[in-house]
Design a protein around this ligand. Structure first.
Ligand SMILES: Cc1ncc(COP(=O)(O)O)c(C=O)c1O
Length: 383
Protein backbone atom coordinates (compact mmCIF):
# COMPACT_ATOMS: atom_id res chain seq x y z
CA UNK A 1 0.00 0.00 0.00
CA UNK A 2 1.72 3.08 -1.30
CA UNK A 3 0.62 6.37 0.25
CA UNK A 4 3.72 8.46 -0.46
CA UNK A 5 2.60 10.06 -3.72
CA UNK A 6 3.95 13.51 -2.83
CA UNK A 7 7.42 11.90 -2.93
CA UNK A 8 6.81 10.23 -6.26
CA UNK A 9 4.07 8.46 -8.19
CA UNK A 10 3.95 5.25 -10.23
CA UNK A 11 3.82 5.57 -14.02
CA UNK A 12 0.25 5.56 -15.31
CA UNK A 13 -0.94 3.58 -18.31
CA UNK A 14 -0.62 6.56 -20.64
CA UNK A 15 3.00 7.13 -19.65
CA UNK A 16 3.94 3.45 -20.01
CA UNK A 17 2.33 3.15 -23.43
CA UNK A 18 3.91 6.36 -24.67
CA UNK A 19 7.37 5.27 -23.49
CA UNK A 20 6.96 1.81 -24.97
CA UNK A 21 5.85 3.30 -28.28
CA UNK A 22 9.02 5.41 -28.36
CA UNK A 23 11.51 2.66 -27.47
CA UNK A 24 12.73 2.31 -31.02
CA UNK A 25 12.80 6.01 -31.73
CA UNK A 26 16.46 6.81 -31.39
CA UNK A 27 16.71 9.89 -33.58
CA UNK A 28 18.20 13.13 -32.35
CA UNK A 29 15.49 15.79 -32.61
CA UNK A 30 18.08 18.26 -33.86
CA UNK A 31 18.79 16.08 -36.92
CA UNK A 32 17.02 17.03 -40.12
CA UNK A 33 16.66 13.48 -41.51
CA UNK A 34 13.70 11.15 -41.07
CA UNK A 35 14.75 9.64 -37.71
CA UNK A 36 15.37 13.13 -36.35
CA UNK A 37 12.00 14.33 -37.55
CA UNK A 38 10.24 11.47 -35.76
CA UNK A 39 11.86 12.56 -32.49
CA UNK A 40 11.04 16.19 -33.27
CA UNK A 41 7.38 15.27 -33.61
CA UNK A 42 7.37 13.74 -30.12
CA UNK A 43 8.82 16.95 -28.75
CA UNK A 44 6.37 19.13 -30.62
CA UNK A 45 3.33 17.08 -29.61
CA UNK A 46 4.41 16.99 -25.96
CA UNK A 47 5.01 20.74 -25.90
CA UNK A 48 1.54 21.30 -27.31
CA UNK A 49 -0.02 18.91 -24.76
CA UNK A 50 1.61 20.63 -21.76
CA UNK A 51 0.74 24.06 -23.16
CA UNK A 52 -2.90 23.05 -23.53
CA UNK A 53 -3.24 22.08 -19.86
CA UNK A 54 -1.57 25.32 -18.75
CA UNK A 55 -3.49 27.54 -21.18
CA UNK A 56 -0.11 28.63 -22.57
CA UNK A 57 1.53 28.80 -25.99
CA UNK A 58 3.67 25.76 -26.95
CA UNK A 59 6.62 28.13 -27.33
CA UNK A 60 6.34 28.98 -23.61
CA UNK A 61 7.02 25.36 -22.59
CA UNK A 62 10.63 24.43 -21.95
CA UNK A 63 11.57 20.84 -21.11
CA UNK A 64 14.01 20.36 -18.23
CA UNK A 65 15.28 17.48 -16.09
CA UNK A 66 12.64 18.06 -13.39
CA UNK A 67 11.30 20.39 -10.74
CA UNK A 68 14.68 21.15 -9.20
CA UNK A 69 16.22 22.29 -12.47
CA UNK A 70 13.14 24.34 -13.35
CA UNK A 71 13.29 26.07 -9.95
CA UNK A 72 17.03 26.73 -10.32
CA UNK A 73 16.65 28.12 -13.80
CA UNK A 74 13.72 30.40 -12.95
CA UNK A 75 15.33 31.91 -9.87
CA UNK A 76 18.95 32.14 -10.97
CA UNK A 77 18.20 33.40 -14.45
CA UNK A 78 15.33 35.59 -13.26
CA UNK A 79 17.72 37.29 -10.87
CA UNK A 80 20.18 37.80 -13.71
CA UNK A 81 17.46 39.35 -15.84
CA UNK A 82 16.42 41.80 -13.15
CA UNK A 83 19.60 42.43 -11.17
CA UNK A 84 19.86 46.00 -12.55
CA UNK A 85 16.61 46.81 -10.67
CA UNK A 86 17.64 45.81 -7.13
CA UNK A 87 18.83 42.99 -4.88
CA UNK A 88 15.76 42.02 -2.83
CA UNK A 89 13.70 38.85 -3.21
CA UNK A 90 10.75 37.28 -1.43
CA UNK A 91 10.11 33.60 -0.84
CA UNK A 92 8.63 31.60 2.05
CA UNK A 93 10.02 29.51 4.89
CA UNK A 94 8.18 26.41 3.63
CA UNK A 95 9.59 26.13 0.10
CA UNK A 96 11.21 23.00 -1.29
CA UNK A 97 15.01 22.80 -0.84
CA UNK A 98 15.45 23.39 -4.59
CA UNK A 99 14.18 26.92 -3.93
CA UNK A 100 15.49 27.50 -0.40
CA UNK A 101 19.04 26.39 -1.19
CA UNK A 102 19.19 28.60 -4.29
CA UNK A 103 18.03 31.52 -2.14
CA UNK A 104 20.70 30.76 0.49
CA UNK A 105 23.31 30.63 -2.27
CA UNK A 106 22.18 34.01 -3.61
CA UNK A 107 22.17 35.45 -0.10
CA UNK A 108 25.88 34.67 0.09
CA UNK A 109 26.31 36.55 -3.18
CA UNK A 110 24.86 39.69 -1.62
CA UNK A 111 21.14 39.38 -2.35
CA UNK A 112 18.69 40.14 0.41
CA UNK A 113 15.94 37.58 0.88
CA UNK A 114 12.73 37.86 2.90
CA UNK A 115 11.47 34.43 3.97
CA UNK A 116 7.75 34.86 4.64
CA UNK A 117 6.67 33.08 7.84
CA UNK A 118 3.61 30.85 8.21
CA UNK A 119 1.08 30.68 11.03
CA UNK A 120 0.22 27.52 13.02
CA UNK A 121 -2.06 26.38 10.21
CA UNK A 122 0.72 26.75 7.66
CA UNK A 123 -0.83 29.79 6.00
CA UNK A 124 1.11 32.71 4.51
CA UNK A 125 -0.51 36.10 4.96
CA UNK A 126 -0.91 38.47 2.04
CA UNK A 127 -0.42 41.29 4.54
CA UNK A 128 3.05 39.94 5.42
CA UNK A 129 3.78 39.84 1.72
CA UNK A 130 2.63 43.46 1.30
CA UNK A 131 4.86 44.52 4.19
CA UNK A 132 7.85 42.69 2.74
CA UNK A 133 7.38 43.99 -0.80
CA UNK A 134 9.69 46.85 -1.77
CA UNK A 135 10.50 48.91 -4.78
CA UNK A 136 13.73 46.96 -5.23
CA UNK A 137 12.06 43.49 -4.99
CA UNK A 138 13.25 41.90 -8.22
CA UNK A 139 11.75 38.42 -7.87
CA UNK A 140 9.16 36.54 -5.83
CA UNK A 141 9.29 32.75 -5.67
CA UNK A 142 6.47 30.88 -3.95
CA UNK A 143 5.11 27.36 -4.20
CA UNK A 144 1.53 26.77 -5.24
CA UNK A 145 0.92 23.74 -3.01
CA UNK A 146 3.25 22.74 -0.20
CA UNK A 147 4.62 19.19 -0.45
CA UNK A 148 4.50 18.42 3.29
CA UNK A 149 1.15 19.79 4.46
CA UNK A 150 -0.70 20.50 1.21
CA UNK A 151 -1.15 24.21 2.03
CA UNK A 152 -2.35 26.28 -0.93
CA UNK A 153 -0.48 29.57 -1.01
CA UNK A 154 -2.19 32.87 -1.98
CA UNK A 155 -0.76 32.80 -5.51
CA UNK A 156 -3.74 34.52 -7.09
CA UNK A 157 -3.65 37.54 -4.74
CA UNK A 158 0.11 37.90 -4.98
CA UNK A 159 0.08 37.48 -8.77
CA UNK A 160 -2.55 40.21 -8.94
CA UNK A 161 -0.40 42.49 -6.77
CA UNK A 162 2.67 41.89 -8.96
CA UNK A 163 0.89 42.43 -12.28
CA UNK A 164 2.20 45.54 -14.06
CA UNK A 165 5.31 45.64 -11.88
CA UNK A 166 8.81 44.71 -13.00
CA UNK A 167 9.05 42.09 -10.24
CA UNK A 168 9.29 38.59 -11.69
CA UNK A 169 6.93 35.97 -10.26
CA UNK A 170 8.08 32.35 -10.11
CA UNK A 171 5.74 29.63 -8.89
CA UNK A 172 6.83 26.10 -7.98
CA UNK A 173 3.72 24.21 -9.09
CA UNK A 174 5.27 20.74 -8.75
CA UNK A 175 2.63 19.65 -6.20
CA UNK A 176 -0.20 21.62 -7.76
CA UNK A 177 -0.03 20.58 -11.40
CA UNK A 178 -2.94 18.23 -12.21
CA UNK A 179 -4.23 18.60 -8.64
CA UNK A 180 -5.37 22.23 -8.86
CA UNK A 181 -6.33 24.28 -11.92
CA UNK A 182 -3.16 26.20 -12.80
CA UNK A 183 -3.28 28.78 -15.60
CA UNK A 184 -0.13 30.92 -15.32
CA UNK A 185 -1.32 33.70 -17.64
CA UNK A 186 -4.47 34.20 -15.56
CA UNK A 187 -2.38 34.32 -12.38
CA UNK A 188 0.22 36.83 -13.54
CA UNK A 189 3.00 34.22 -13.37
CA UNK A 190 6.25 34.63 -15.27
CA UNK A 191 7.79 31.23 -14.57
CA UNK A 192 6.18 27.99 -13.39
CA UNK A 193 7.86 24.69 -12.50
CA UNK A 194 6.45 21.20 -13.08
CA UNK A 195 7.91 17.75 -12.46
CA UNK A 196 7.02 14.61 -14.43
CA UNK A 197 7.32 12.05 -11.66
CA UNK A 198 4.74 13.75 -9.42
CA UNK A 199 2.02 13.31 -12.04
CA UNK A 200 2.48 9.61 -12.87
CA UNK A 201 5.11 10.40 -15.48
CA UNK A 202 8.78 9.41 -15.53
CA UNK A 203 11.55 10.77 -13.32
CA UNK A 204 14.18 13.11 -14.72
CA UNK A 205 11.81 15.17 -16.83
CA UNK A 206 10.12 18.45 -16.00
CA UNK A 207 8.87 21.67 -17.45
CA UNK A 208 9.53 25.33 -16.96
CA UNK A 209 6.78 27.60 -18.28
CA UNK A 210 8.48 30.80 -19.41
CA UNK A 211 6.08 33.63 -20.13
CA UNK A 212 6.66 34.99 -23.63
CA UNK A 213 6.91 38.49 -22.18
CA UNK A 214 9.70 37.65 -19.74
CA UNK A 215 12.21 35.40 -21.55
CA UNK A 216 15.22 33.95 -19.71
CA UNK A 217 18.80 33.30 -20.67
CA UNK A 218 19.74 29.61 -20.51
CA UNK A 219 21.12 28.10 -17.32
CA UNK A 220 22.77 25.25 -19.22
CA UNK A 221 24.91 26.44 -22.09
CA UNK A 222 25.85 24.42 -25.15
CA UNK A 223 23.84 23.54 -28.23
CA UNK A 224 20.78 25.30 -29.52
CA UNK A 225 18.12 22.93 -28.21
CA UNK A 226 14.83 24.25 -26.80
CA UNK A 227 15.16 27.36 -28.95
CA UNK A 228 18.58 28.10 -27.43
CA UNK A 229 17.08 28.17 -23.93
CA UNK A 230 18.42 24.86 -22.57
CA UNK A 231 21.32 23.01 -24.11
CA UNK A 232 21.50 19.21 -24.26
CA UNK A 233 19.87 16.56 -26.41
CA UNK A 234 16.30 16.26 -25.20
CA UNK A 235 15.13 13.33 -23.05
CA UNK A 236 12.76 12.03 -25.71
CA UNK A 237 11.59 8.94 -23.79
CA UNK A 238 10.91 11.02 -20.69
CA UNK A 239 9.15 13.76 -22.63
CA UNK A 240 7.01 11.19 -24.48
CA UNK A 241 6.16 9.64 -21.10
CA UNK A 242 5.25 13.00 -19.62
CA UNK A 243 2.81 13.67 -22.46
CA UNK A 244 1.29 10.20 -22.05
CA UNK A 245 0.97 10.73 -18.30
CA UNK A 246 -0.71 14.12 -18.66
CA UNK A 247 -3.22 12.89 -21.22
CA UNK A 248 -4.19 10.05 -18.89
CA UNK A 249 -5.36 12.50 -16.21
CA UNK A 250 -8.84 13.86 -15.68
CA UNK A 251 -8.47 16.65 -13.12
CA UNK A 252 -12.08 17.00 -11.98
CA UNK A 253 -12.73 13.28 -11.58
CA UNK A 254 -9.42 12.82 -9.78
CA UNK A 255 -9.99 15.67 -7.34
CA UNK A 256 -13.32 14.10 -6.38
CA UNK A 257 -11.68 10.68 -5.94
CA UNK A 258 -8.78 11.98 -3.87
CA UNK A 259 -11.11 14.05 -1.67
CA UNK A 260 -13.05 10.85 -0.94
CA UNK A 261 -9.84 9.04 0.02
CA UNK A 262 -8.82 11.86 2.35
CA UNK A 263 -12.31 11.94 3.89
CA UNK A 264 -12.06 8.15 4.37
CA UNK A 265 -8.89 8.52 6.43
CA UNK A 266 -10.23 11.41 8.50
CA UNK A 267 -13.57 9.66 9.17
CA UNK A 268 -11.84 6.44 10.25
CA UNK A 269 -9.56 8.37 12.61
CA UNK A 270 -12.44 10.38 14.05
CA UNK A 271 -14.45 7.21 14.68
CA UNK A 272 -11.51 5.58 16.45
CA UNK A 273 -10.40 6.35 19.99
CA UNK A 274 -6.86 7.39 19.07
CA UNK A 275 -5.72 10.96 19.56
CA UNK A 276 -4.82 12.86 16.39
CA UNK A 277 -5.01 16.24 14.71
CA UNK A 278 -4.29 17.61 11.26
CA UNK A 279 -1.24 19.76 10.56
CA UNK A 280 -2.51 22.37 8.16
CA UNK A 281 -5.64 24.28 7.32
CA UNK A 282 -8.46 21.97 6.14
CA UNK A 283 -10.04 24.94 4.36
CA UNK A 284 -6.92 25.89 2.41
CA UNK A 285 -5.23 22.68 1.37
CA UNK A 286 -4.97 20.35 -1.54
CA UNK A 287 -6.53 16.98 -0.60
CA UNK A 288 -3.70 14.77 -1.88
CA UNK A 289 -1.39 15.74 1.00
CA UNK A 290 -2.55 14.98 4.53
CA UNK A 291 -0.19 15.65 7.43
CA UNK A 292 -1.25 14.17 10.74
CA UNK A 293 -0.10 14.53 14.31
CA UNK A 294 -0.40 11.49 16.59
CA UNK A 295 0.56 12.67 20.10
CA UNK A 296 3.17 10.47 21.82
CA UNK A 297 3.79 8.42 18.66
CA UNK A 298 7.34 8.78 17.35
CA UNK A 299 7.06 9.17 13.57
CA UNK A 300 10.20 7.13 12.85
CA UNK A 301 8.83 4.22 14.85
CA UNK A 302 5.41 4.48 13.22
CA UNK A 303 6.94 4.54 9.74
CA UNK A 304 8.98 1.43 10.51
CA UNK A 305 6.06 -0.45 12.01
CA UNK A 306 3.94 0.37 8.96
CA UNK A 307 6.73 -0.57 6.56
CA UNK A 308 6.87 -4.02 8.14
CA UNK A 309 3.25 -4.40 7.05
CA UNK A 310 4.04 -3.12 3.54
CA UNK A 311 2.36 0.22 4.19
CA UNK A 312 4.34 3.18 2.87
CA UNK A 313 3.84 6.69 4.18
CA UNK A 314 6.43 9.30 5.12
CA UNK A 315 7.31 12.20 7.38
CA UNK A 316 7.51 14.46 4.36
CA UNK A 317 10.90 15.79 5.33
CA UNK A 318 14.30 15.09 3.88
CA UNK A 319 15.90 11.80 4.71
CA UNK A 320 19.69 11.55 4.82
CA UNK A 321 21.22 8.08 5.03
CA UNK A 322 18.17 6.74 6.82
CA UNK A 323 18.06 9.59 9.35
CA UNK A 324 14.96 11.70 9.22
CA UNK A 325 15.70 15.39 9.67
CA UNK A 326 13.06 17.47 11.45
CA UNK A 327 10.69 19.03 8.96
CA UNK A 328 11.53 22.68 8.18
CA UNK A 329 7.86 23.17 7.29
CA UNK A 330 6.56 21.97 10.67
CA UNK A 331 9.36 23.92 12.37
CA UNK A 332 8.13 27.06 10.61
CA UNK A 333 4.60 26.33 11.87
CA UNK A 334 5.26 25.25 15.43
CA UNK A 335 8.81 26.34 16.29
CA UNK A 336 12.06 24.38 16.44
CA UNK A 337 12.27 21.50 18.92
CA UNK A 338 8.48 21.08 19.29
CA UNK A 339 7.60 17.46 20.20
CA UNK A 340 4.80 17.55 17.65
CA UNK A 341 7.32 17.65 14.81
CA UNK A 342 8.64 14.20 15.73
CA UNK A 343 5.10 12.88 16.06
CA UNK A 344 3.79 13.88 12.63
CA UNK A 345 3.51 11.86 9.44
CA UNK A 346 2.42 12.55 5.88
CA UNK A 347 -0.08 10.43 3.99
CA UNK A 348 -0.20 11.45 0.34
CA UNK A 349 -2.73 10.04 -2.09
CA UNK A 350 -2.45 9.21 -5.76
CA UNK A 351 -5.08 8.53 -8.35
CA UNK A 352 -4.21 4.82 -8.28
CA UNK A 353 -5.13 4.51 -4.58
CA UNK A 354 -8.51 2.94 -3.83
CA UNK A 355 -11.01 3.20 -0.99
CA UNK A 356 -10.26 -0.46 -0.15
CA UNK A 357 -6.61 0.51 0.33
CA UNK A 358 -7.63 3.37 2.60
CA UNK A 359 -9.67 0.95 4.72
CA UNK A 360 -6.74 -1.47 4.86
CA UNK A 361 -4.36 1.36 5.78
CA UNK A 362 -6.60 2.44 8.62
CA UNK A 363 -7.06 -1.12 9.86
CA UNK A 364 -3.27 -1.34 10.24
CA UNK A 365 -2.41 2.21 11.34
CA UNK A 366 -5.10 2.72 13.99
CA UNK A 367 -4.18 -0.33 16.16
CA UNK A 368 -0.47 0.57 16.04
CA UNK A 369 -1.12 4.18 17.09
CA UNK A 370 -3.60 2.96 19.71
CA UNK A 371 -1.06 0.52 21.15
CA UNK A 372 1.68 3.17 21.39
CA UNK A 373 -0.64 5.78 22.89
CA UNK A 374 -2.06 3.24 25.40
CA UNK A 375 1.45 2.17 26.38
CA UNK A 376 2.35 5.79 27.02
CA UNK A 377 -0.81 6.35 29.10
CA UNK A 378 0.01 3.20 31.08
CA UNK A 379 3.58 4.38 31.74
CA UNK A 380 2.28 7.80 32.80
CA UNK A 381 0.11 6.14 35.44
CA UNK A 382 2.87 3.74 36.49
CA UNK A 383 1.01 0.70 35.14
C1 LIG B 1 7.30 21.30 -4.20
C2 LIG B 1 8.41 20.60 -4.89
N1 LIG B 1 9.24 21.31 -5.67
C3 LIG B 1 10.26 20.75 -6.34
C4 LIG B 1 10.49 19.39 -6.26
C5 LIG B 1 11.65 18.79 -7.02
O1 LIG B 1 11.23 18.08 -8.16
P1 LIG B 1 12.20 17.02 -8.86
O2 LIG B 1 12.23 15.82 -7.98
O3 LIG B 1 11.54 16.74 -10.19
O4 LIG B 1 13.52 17.67 -9.02
C6 LIG B 1 9.65 18.60 -5.46
C7 LIG B 1 9.92 17.16 -5.28
O5 LIG B 1 9.95 16.64 -4.19
C8 LIG B 1 8.58 19.23 -4.76
O6 LIG B 1 7.75 18.53 -4.00
Amino acid sequence: MYFDNAATTPLNKGAMEAIQASFELFGNPSSVHGEGRKAQKILRDARTAVAKVLGAKPHEILFTSGGSESNNMAIRQGVKRNSHLGRHMITSQIEHPSVLNVMKHLEKKGFEITYLPVDELGNISVEDFENAYREDTILVSLMYVNNEIGAILPIQEIGERLRNTQTLFHVDAVQAFLHEKVVPHELGIDYLSISGHKVNGPKGVGVLFVNDETPLEPLILGGEQEEKRRAGTENILGIAGLKGAIENHDLEREVRHIKRLERGVLDALTQSTIRFSMNGDPEKKSPHVLNLHFPKVNNNLLLMRLDLKQVMISTGSACTAGNIEPSHVLEAMFGKGEERIKESVRISFGIQNTMDEVEALMSILIPIVQEIQNKHEGEKHGI
